[in-house]
Design a protein around this ligand. Structure first.
Ligand SMILES: [Zn+2]
Ligand SMILES: [Zn+2]
Ligand SMILES: [Zn+2]
Length: 165
């Protein structure tokens, strides 16, 4: 006997939305407020019959450019005209890599607001283009900073257990 399970078609509250969709509500670039039937980028009412997320391909692409790593990376390079942004850097054109100005902190290369091209109003986030050498320099410095933070956390934990004994 087939049991008919009534499925909730529309997520009504933010918590039921997949994280990536919920993030579009808080994203500083999208105008979407979370309302069903409106474009997740520009918040206009979607009129296209087969469309559910974006009102147009243009809006879908605009979102991709800021949230999907491979698109964000190529727009960052195009914006920098394929040159390292460090003043006086003599690296060849196209010897360029894209760096997250703010370390990704485990967010990885999966889609999300951590790939925004420009830093937000508070100066957080953003992408920059660097040559291989300058990028390596930054990556190494970040690794050192992470190691220092870990070491400090260990020392603090140690100090805490010592005082509680
Ligand atoms: Zn739109
Ligand atoms: Zn975003
Ligand atoms: Zn450089």
């Amino acid at each position: 006997m087939a049991t008919q399970r009534k499925q909730t078609k529309h997520a009504v509250n933010k918590l039921e939305l997949p994280p990536l969709v919920a993030e579009r509500i808080t994203c500083s670039l999208t105008k979407w407020q979370g309302e069903i039937g409106r474009c997740h980028w520009c918040n206009e009412i979607i009129t296209g019959k087969r469309r559910t997320t974006w009102c147009s391909d243009k809006c879908g692409r605009a979102w991709q450019r800021e949230h999907i790593w491979r698109f964000a990376r190529s727009s960052a390079k195009r914006r920098a005209k394929y040159h390292c942004i460090r003043v006086g850097c003599t690296a060849a054109r196209r010897d360029c890599e894209v760096n997250h100005i703010e370390p990704r902190e485990g967010k990885g290369y999966g889609p999300g607001c951590h790939h925004h091209l420009q830093p937000d109003a508070t100066g957080r986030g953003g992408l920059e283009v660097l040559c291989h050498a300058h990028h390596a320099e930054i990556t190494a410095a970040q690794a050192t900073a992470r190691a220092t933070t870990r070491a400090n956390a260990r020392l603090e934990a140690q100090a805490e257990t010592e005082t509680t004994i």
